[in-house]
Design a binder for this molecule. Structure first.
Ligand SMILES: [Zn+2]
Length: 65
């Protein structure tokens, strides 16, 4: 499903700490650590959406138990 995480600009694989785009984005002010390219906001939005869906799913599970 998910592609291995890599930089869109230079195609280098991301380090484990940078696998979560929103974390890297917040920490590095929207720039990739490897090459300084601006991270795409579209990817960030996808990540945020996935996180929100995951959190909602977890909450739903907790409520079911
Ligand atoms: Zn890069």
């Amino acid at each position: 499903m998910r592609q291995p995480a890599h930089c869109d600009a230079c195609r280098r694989p991301l380090s484990p700490g940078d696998q979560i785009p929103i974390v890297a984005w917040l920490r590095l002010d929207g720039k990739a650590r490897c090459c300084g390219a601006r991270l795409r906001l579209r990817l960030l939005a996808v990540e945020v959406l996935g996180f929100a869906l995951g959190a909602t799913g977890m909450l739903g599970l907790l409520l079911l138990i």
